[in-house]
Design a protein around this ligand. Structure first.
Ligand code: GDP
Ligand code: IMO
Ligand code: MG
Length: 427
């Protein structure tokens, strides 16, 4: 059985953590391939709730090996506090593996993220302030620090010096901050080395061998398709590739090994941070979606912007990821509306446009064209099969499937592992 990718089809927070955890019991490896602790993935097991930021959601399944791939950016202090938190709750984290090629989020990258946002003022992206963008920028500028650098003090010192050279100019001359000392950073980074050592591995070799041995590997995306640096609503995006191609570059597993790409799709739309959002609701309905759906950020605690389902976005996600399936989440949140509007196309400059426009200006001006579907009022959280759903809920799912371009193979009707309707099996 080859590899599967599970990723966000919208702007993140679609319920990737729950979906990954659900599959975690049947897979051998769960691999994060991009992003860092900007992610906030919630997993609910029985009466226990876990918020994971950097660790793959497979960490909660005893038979599964969690892997942090080369494409991830790692803040060691966050990693350790997350590991400690799970250990205190009796979770064994010793199976974790981390690529030696993963880049490290250094304290100066966190500083640069925060001061840049402050400097941008009204034009800010609304980042999570976790140092994600500056760390990926260092990687691309070839002044990044990798996990393996922690094991060669002389190389580490040279690299930190190179990274700080330009940054200190910027910090002191543009941002009016104090310069950061190389020695202080090196000293801090070296304190992480020994605790990290048992986890560091050649994850590329290991994952490819596992696939050769018919093991099942699940790639867990962070963020979502429209936050992708290439395919998202640039510049209001994150600095990595959550889309399916990122699973290959971020892990060293080739595309021929991937058999399924599952898009996690919320039954409505949410977004955190700045940027265009055609179906955003600034009225009572938006407030109700936020309240009923508990739409508050797991990482930053910010209220999520909420709006109706946007079919051109789902079609776009199908296209750029080559989706084979959707996992529709949070259908239960829509219970109680008499009618549910769904955006089927946009009006841009007086013209009907069926697909996501490639022009940023057009997307900023896009007005949703809605079709209204009949709602339902019955409690659906106990539904176990598609047939258990009320007729109108079935109709809503079928309509979304038709508009979105890939089969809906599972439906979330609550946050718990068992609050899921499985239609087609993923594995
Ligand atoms: P992620 O970042 O994609 O993992 O998603 P988040 O964890 O940030 O946000 C999703 C939220 O929805 C979490 O609080 C989940 O527990 C919750 N959730 C996931 N699936 C469902 C569902 O089908 N119904 C309901 N009501 N909540 C869900
Ligand atoms: P999960 O994995 C929702 C958003 C931020 C900001 C933009 C850039 O839980 O779905 P960054 O700190 O990455 O440079 O911020 O991306 N963002 C997310 N929004 N869910 C996430 O992760 C996100 N990670 C980043 O709000 O708009
Ligand atoms: Mg989240």
């Amino acid at each position: 059985m080859p590899a599967l990718v599970l990723l966000g089809a919208q702007w993140g927070d679609e319920g990737k953590g729950k979906a990954t955890d659900l599959l975690g019991g049947s897979v051998d490896y769960v691999v994060r391939y991009q992003g860092g602790n900007n992610a906030g993935h919630t997993v609910v097991v029985g009466d226990q709730k876990y918020a994971l930021h950097l660790l793959p959601s497979g960490i909660l399944s005893p038979g599964c090996t969690p892997v942090i791939g080369n494409g991830v950016v790692v803040d060691p202090s966050v990693l350790f506090s997350e590991l400690n938190g799970l250990n205190e709750r009796g979770i064994d984290t010793s199976r974790l593996l981390i690529s030696g090629n993963a880049h490290i989020i250094t304290p100066y990258n966190v500083t640069v993220d925060k001061v840049t946002e402050r400097f941008l003022g009204k034009r800010k992206i609304g980042t999570t302030g976790r140092g994600i963008g500056p760390t990926y920028a260092d990687k691309i500028n070839r002044v990044g620090i990798r996990v393996q650098d922690l094991y060669d003090e002389s190389i580490l010192t040279q690299k930190v010096e190179a990274a700080l050279d330009g940054k200190n100019q910027l910090l002191t001359k543009v941002f009016n901050r104090r310069a950061i000392e190389t020695e202080q950073i090196v000293e801090e980074l070296l304190t992480y080395a020994e605790r990290l050592r048992p986890y560091v591995a050649d994850t590329v070799l290991l994952l490819n061998k596992a696939l050769d041995d018919d093991k099942v590997v699940l790639f867990e995306g962070g963020q979502g398709t429209l936050l992708d640096i290439d395919h998202g609503t640039y510049p209001f995006v994150t600095s990595s590739n959550p889309t399916a191609g990122g699973a290959c570059t971020g892990s060293g597993v080739g595309p021929t090994k991937i058999s399924k790409v599952i898009g996690i799709l919320k039954a409505y739309t949410t977004r955190v941070g700045a940027g265009p959002f055609p179906t955003e609701l600034l009225d009572e309905d938006g407030e109700a979606l936020r309240r009923i759906g508990h739409e508050r950020g797991v990482t930053t605690g910010r209220d999520r912007r909420c709006g109706w389902f946007d079919a051109p976005i789902a079609r776009y996600a199908t296209r750029v990821n080559g989706l084979t399936d959707f996992f529709l989440t949070k259908l239960d949140v829509l219970t109680g509306w008499d009618e549910i509007p769904v955006c089927v196309a946009y009006e841009i400059d007086g013209k009907r446009v069926e697909e996501l426009p490639y022009s940023q200006t057009d997307f900023h001006h896009a007005k949703p064209i809605y079709e209204t579907l009949p709602g339902w009022s019955e409690d659906i959280t106990k539904a176990k099969t598609f047939a258990d759903l009320p007729k109108n809920a079935q109709g809503y799912v079928k309509a979304l499937e038709e508009m979105s371009g890939a089969p809906i193979s599972a439906i979330g009707v609550g946050p718990g592992r068992d609050e899921t309707i499985e239609i087609n099996s993923f594995i």
